[in-house]
Write a new protein. Structure first.
Lengths: 235, 589, 239
């Protein structure tokens, strides 16, 4: 249903000339050369794959925005290469999670590529969330944009892009990700439980104390809303 | 009237690689050390962060990190019968400035010189006889051997965390490394970097011709590393903005990442930036330095007395300071006498352009400064020069360091210089072209030297350094011979069109080639042909050491930063263990 | 409801020219548009007419990709000439002035701003008697530029090949530099060649040999919504 919507929007803007809908899927030429099938991915997101893989939408929502609790990450608009890699890493055990591991194992590599392509191509709105204390957000902004000289810590945006918007294909966006999830992942790296990034994430996370982790997470959760407000001040 | 400051034990003129390393080790011994840097302070956070640092116009084209020609340039001529004119905008070489010097924005290419390089004259004459040398060549031995330097090479590589694969450990050739390298005691501190596509293409082509490809040793690290000073580096992310740029990720070895945080914590050290050293002061005997005179950022002059003066200012500035201060006898090309400014050398570079099939996405923008794949089969004296009538050699490799488009937009021969067809050729070939590099020895010649310019001055009213240089014919023959070999490799790589490189005369300052200026204050065993002894101590003024590539009697084939680091540790060893206990000449004639 | 943000569209639309970019409901209006007039600070109207026409021939439009004019190169050149570089930043400017050998490089007293002003005045004056450059046919313009490129013509003290070299290098810079400097509008030159721009981290993909990177390029001046903030006053100083 929504896939048709996407196609309609595209045609409405007269954008795509002679191109398929498969943007992100083509952003990285996979070794198997099979183009990802967004429509099929949408169906997997809505209904899951029997047996063993419940609908992604149950936790992540069909729009990829999850719910506001932050227990499940927002995945809408993450690069498909990154999403597919996380699924591969869950399946192989490089990354572990009690919920995601059996799901990832139940998906074939085509399933994973398709559902990654689907979620890469939706862009759900950002939910209205209560923001953290301004001081915390400010500290997070400093770490995100400037870093910390005393800790020899470069700014997050060096790799994650302006406003944490991500750097496809391999580096996910942080902007708009739920603070609770971001903080949880940084803690997992810090404690050595998450290992599926280039070694730099563990190194970086270890330099952050819990307050700084909370600050960075709080900043990124609200960065898109604040940036939008800055360029579109409400009359 | 210069204000006289309280005396200190040691002054370093310049706080780049050699200045910061010297200071670190001497401050640890309890000496009071002052580092005087003409440029500004700068640190990874906040000065080197993305996105601002990834600006090709500002840093590559406008040379944003380099010495400002307005204040201080160099004059240049190809030969003594021309009039030298100022290099009004940098081109061929880019002197650094500022805290950390050019070691902030180098490429991280981390080779050791060959064993034969240090006994070059003896080695060449023994192997080929004097007759192979063109009459103007003035090659010399260094006065130190590779074996003496090996522990210092090791120490420097471990300071930086260099990523590589050993080719020769204590005489045993190791698979995957460079079989021609001089023997080392142990492996590199970190493993080689990931190999980009251009390197893999070169590897296949070179191996198919029987050569020995190996991964370029890199100071842009392949993995996180903590050095012996307790300073941590991170892995390089192949951002493609390496040479002329500072690293935002703490992944490139630089004074900022591997030395300064430890040095600046030491209470024995004081850093003074934006201070221009004008001269080294000597006493009445002219055999002892009393300190230096410098102008601070407001132009006020100060005299800083010191027991030990270390000239650590980059080769060209080292020589200039010796000349401005009257230390050592200036070289006279007419008589061949004198030593300061003698044996000025550069680097003989060039390379082929290989246009590949358009199905091959080279992606040159995914690159580090030192992630090349190369061969040493033509380096130094690694092949028999007997039939060829020249000495010296070059390493050859695919060493792309980025795909920054203002400077990199190759088009095949026959493409117009501009216009529609040019534009279409650029779009067509940008991502399907590999650059191959030839990088080699620069042989010392009595015709090439440095002295002070009679006409042009710097912003403080002092004479500019004058450079008289052209590539010796020997080096041209060497480069042209190897250029043919490089074309063969380009074809073996599958190149659809291979454009031959090779160096030609005259040397021009208008096209970037290398910033490996060397010589002018050569080290050696004989005061008649060297400025410093084998410990980099000035023969004429024993409490002045001139540290850096100015000490090279001629330049080897390789990028020289690691060799400079090794020499620095070697000199430090002599200073700490002998000089400080009994100040005076370390070598008696 | 599913919306397509401008950034998502931009990431895909690597082959779409500037004019076709859509407006999304949630994104900020594009900061750069092909139809915005340039406010010249340095170039007078005659000089601007020459520069606009010349860069249009140096890097022309074609049916695939815009050229230097649409990419904003004249505005880039203008701001550089009006700024520190034009005034002679980083140029050793003491005499005596002597002609040198080719190896000795640029030896004229002119700053870039003076060089352009002098050259443009001389050639505009000459052409005023014939056909102004902007009114020549494309073939005539190409021939004239080639004539300047060859040298042997004096433009008020500037050898024409020296002027041409400056003009060409400024055009290249304006075409390929970060759009924060006013050229390379909407990163069209980078899209044309496939250069990803300012942000760059490729650890995961550098050894995936031959991979095709189709993501939209990024600029130093880009905000999280894909708008690019131009700051033409950035000088080339040390950090």
């Amino acid at each position: 249903m929504s896939v048709g919507r996407i196609a309609l929007n595209l045609k409405a803007v007269g954008l795509i000339v002679g191109m398929s809908i498969m943007w992100y899927a083509l952003s990285v030429a996979q070794a198997d050369d099979r183009p990802s099938d967004i429509a099929r991915g949408a169906a997997i997101a809505a209904q899951g794959v029997a047996p063993g893989a419940p609908a992604c939408a149950q936790c992540h929502a069909y729009s990829g925005a999850s719910d506001g609790s932050g227990a499940f990450p927002r995945i809408a608009g993450q690069p498909d290469y990154y999403l597919a890699k996380q699924l591969r890493d869950y399946a192989s055990g490089v990354r572990t999670n009690a919920v995601m591991t059996p799901i990832a194992k139940a998906l074939s590599s085509e399933d994973a590529a398709d559902v990654a392509a689907y979620y890469a191509n939706v862009n759900a709105p950002f939910l209205p969330l209560k923001n953290a204390k301004p001081m915390l957000v400010k500290r997070g902004e400093q770490l995100a944009k400037v870093g910390d000289a005393a800790k020899d810590l470069q700014s997050c945006n060096n790799c994650h892009g302006p406003g944490g918007a991500g750097e496809p294909p391999a580096i996910p966006y942080l902007g708009g990700q739920y603070a609770r999830y971001t903080a949880f992942q940084l803690t997992m790296w810090k404690r050595g439980f998450r290992k599926n990034s280039p070694d730099s994430m563990a190194d970086i996370a270890k330099r952050l104390d819990d307050q700084e982790i909370a600050a960075v997470a709080a900043y990124f959760q609200q960065v898109n809303a604040s940036a939008l407000a800055a360029t579109h001040p409400k009359e | 009237m210069a204000e006289r400051l309280k005396p200190v034990d040691v002054v370093t003129i310049g706080v780049g690689l050699t200045g910061s390393l010297m200071a670190l080790e001497l401050a640890k011994t309890g000496l009071k050390v002052v580092g005087i840097e003409r440029g500004a302070p700068r640190f990874t956070v906040p000065d080197f962060q993305s996105p601002a640092i990834h600006d090709e116009l500002r840093f590559s084209v406008r040379k944003g990190m380099m010495q400002d020609n307005v204040k201080e340039a160099v004059t240049f001529r190809n030969s003594s019968d021309e009039t030298a004119l100022p290099i009004r905008r940098w081109g061929s070489f880019l002197p650094g400035t500022g805290l950390g010097g050019s070691f902030v924005h180098w490429n991280g290419q981390s080779f050791r010189f060959q064993a034969a390089d240090f006994i070059y004259k003896t080695h060449i004459e023994q192997r080929y006889g004097k007759k192979i040398l063109d009459p103007e060549l003035t090659i010399q031995d260094w006065g130190v051997t590779y074996d003496e330097l090996e522990p210092h090479f090791d120490r420097f590589e471990y300071l930086c965390g260099v990523s590589g694969k050993a080719g020769n450990i204590k005489g045993a050739i190791q698979p995957g490394g460079n079989p021609f390298e001089a023997p080392r005691a142990r492996e590199y501190p970190t493993p080689p970097m990931k190999e980009p596509y251009f390197g893999a293409l070169f590897r296949k082509g070179a191996a198919s011709l029987g050569y020995h490809p190996y991964p370029q040793p890199s100071a842009n690290l392949s993995q996180p590393y903590v050095n012996p000073e307790g300073l941590a580096l991170q892995s390089c992310v192949f951002c493609g903005f390496c040479e002329r740029y500072a690293c935002e990720h703490f992944a490139k070895a630089s004074p900022q990442t591997v030395i300064l945080p430890a040095l600046l914590k030491n209470p024995n050290y004081e850093l003074r930036t934006n201070c221009q050293v004008l001269r080294i002061n000597l006493d009445n005997t002219r055999k002892k330095a009393t300190g230096v005179t410098y102008a601070d950022a407001t132009g006020r002059e100060f005299e800083q007395p010191a027991d030990l003066v270390l000239i650590t200012a980059f080769p060209l500035n080292n020589v200039r300071l010796l000349l401005l201060s009257g230390i050592g006898k200036p070289y006279d090309p007419k008589t061949g006498e004198g030593v300061v400014g003698r044996n000025y050398c550069y680097q003989t570079t060039g390379g082929a352009t290989v246009f590949m099939d358009e199905s091959i996405n080279v992606n040159p923008f995914m690159a580090s400064g030192a992630n090349g794949t190369m061969i040493d089969d033509f380096g130094g004296d690694n092949f028999d020069h007997g039939p060829h009538g020249f000495i010296g050699g070059q390493y050859v490799g695919a060493i792309m360091t980025g795909g920054r488009p203002i400077e990199f937009h190759p088009t095949p021969p026959g493409t117009p210089n501009w216009g529609l067809k040019w534009k279409q050729a650029v779009a067509r070939h940008y991502n399907h072209t590999v650059l191959l590099q030839q990088h080699g020895t620069s042989t010392a010649s009595r015709l090439n030297y440095l002295d002070l310019d009679p006409t042009y001055k710097d912003a403080w009213g002092l004479p500019l350094l004058r450079m008289t240089f052209d590539f010796p014919e020997n080096d041209i023959r060497m480069s042209q011979y190897i250029a043919d070999k490089v074309v063969e490799i380009g074809r073996a790589m599958g190149g659809k069109a291979v454009i031959r490189g090779g160096t030609k005369r005259p040397y021009t300052t208008t096209v970037y080639q290398s910033t490996h200026n060397a010589g002018g204050a050569a080290m050696g065993d004989d005061p008649r042909t060297s400025v410093v002894n084998r410990y980099l101590q000035c023969w004429d003024v024993p409490n002045v050491f001139s540290v850096g590539a100015s000490a090279f009697p001629q330049n080897g084939a390789y990028n020289y930063s690691v060799t400079i680091g090794a020499l620095t540790y070697w000199a430090l060893d002599a200073i700490k263990n002998r000089y400080l206990k009994a100040p005076g000449p370390l070598v008696r004639i | 409801m599913v919306e397509i943000s401008r950034r998502t569209v931009l990431k895909a639309a690597s082959l779409v020219g500037v004019a076709a970019l859509p407006q999304s409901r949630t994104a900020a209006a594009p900061k750069t548009a092909g139809t915005q007039p340039v406010a010249y600070l340095f170039l007078n109207s005659e000089e601007a007419a020459f520069v606009e026409a010349a860069v249009s021939r140096l890097i022309p439009d074609d049916d695939q990709w815009p050229g230097a004019l649409k990419a904003g190169v004249p505005g880039y050149i203008d701001k550089q000439l009006a700024g520190a570089w034009g005034a002679g930043e980083r140029l050793y400017r003491s005499g005596p002035w002597r002609p040198g050998t080719p190896s000795q490089g640029y030896q004229l007293p002119f700053t870039p701003a003076e060089l352009f002003r002098t050259s443009l005045a001389a050639l505009n004056k000459e052409l005023a008697h014939a056909t102004p450059f902007a009114r020549m046919s494309s073939e005539q313009q190409d021939a004239y530029l080639t004539h300047l490129e060859k040298g042997g013509k004096d433009l008020g003290g500037v050898p024409s090949d020296v002027f041409f070299t400056h003009l060409w290098e400024c055009t290249l810079e304006g075409f390929f530099s970060d759009p924060v400097y006013g050229g390379n509008r909407d990163m069209v030159a980078w899209r044309m060649i496939g250069f990803p721009g300012a942000y760059a981290s490729y650890y995961d993909v550098v050894d995936r040999h031959g991979i095709k990177i189709n993501r939209a390029p990024t600029s130093i001046g880009e905000d999280p919504h894909g708008g690019i903030h131009i700051n033409p006053g950035i000088p080339a100083r040390e950090p």
